[in-house]
Design a protein around this ligand. Structure first.
Ligand code: ZN
Length: 221
């Protein structure tokens, strides 16, 4: 049995493929293996096993407001896509206008969370699912996106309450998925390959933010 202990990723890919080609595989004489894979792995198919309840949040400090389902894709993270990144955004508008944009099916973009300047956190997409926030498919699939209320050219928009609330959220996300707290794994939208966005902008204080995230990690949830 030790031989079958493939890494989870490889294991899963075989399972998914077996599921897709199950019929063909049976005809090809590998029916036993295919059926075994099916029996063992059917529940890993995205969206089958993990319930999504209206109002349920991944972060206890957040309030649920659903984004339009045109702005995200159903997935089963971290089982189908590993999560190794948090991407920081600034909304270029008010909290309310960001909520409204993410509820608009025509917007074609939304982040998992929005942090308001008073520290209030809204969750609009489950971490299970892929939010369209980075403008890069690979980065969307592997990250959690956090928006912050304000404008990139207004340093006064980046309030203490917002930094602290966001850092607590990012600390929890990093703990949950084993993401290192550093600038390779906590990045700005501007750093996503191929993007034309500049957020979170030159006033975002990365040293301060990472220090707050590290501090929040040491406080038991
Ligand atoms: Zn952005």
């Amino acid at each position: 049995m030790g031989q079958r202990k493939a890494p989870r990723d490889g294991d899963r890919k075989v399972g998914r493929r077996a599921l897709l080609i199950g019929g063909a595989a049976a005809a090809a004489g590998t029916a036993v293996l295919a059926r075994d894979e099916l029996a063992r792995l059917w529940w890993r198919v995205p969206g089958v096993e993990k319930p999504r309840k209206e109002g349920e949040v991944d972060y206890a400090g957040a309030r649920w407001v659903a984004a339009s389902d045109a702005n995200w894709r159903r997935a089963d993270r971290p089982d189908d896509y590993g999560i190794d990144m948090v991407i920081v955004h600034v909304t270029q508008g008010s909290f309310d206008s960001a909520v409204k944009a993410f509820q608009d099916p025509g917007h074609k973009a939304a982040a998992h969370y929005i942090v308001r300047q008073d520290g209030h956190v809204a969750q609009m997409i489950r971490e299970l699912d892929v939010a369209y926030h980075a403008g890069n498919r690979d980065y969307n699939e592997r990250s959690v996106g956090i928006e912050h209320e304000g404008f990139v050219d207004r340093p006064q928009d980046l309030t203490d309450e917002m930094y602290e609330a966001s850092a607590r959220l990012t600390a929890l996300i990093c703990a949950r998925y084993g993401i290192p707290v550093d600038r390779e794994h906590i990045i700005g939208h501007v750093e996503v390959p191929g993007t034309d966005h500049t957020d979170p902008g030159p006033h975002w204080d990365w040293d301060r933010y990472l220090r707050l995230v590290r501090q929040a990690r040491t406080v038991p949830a």
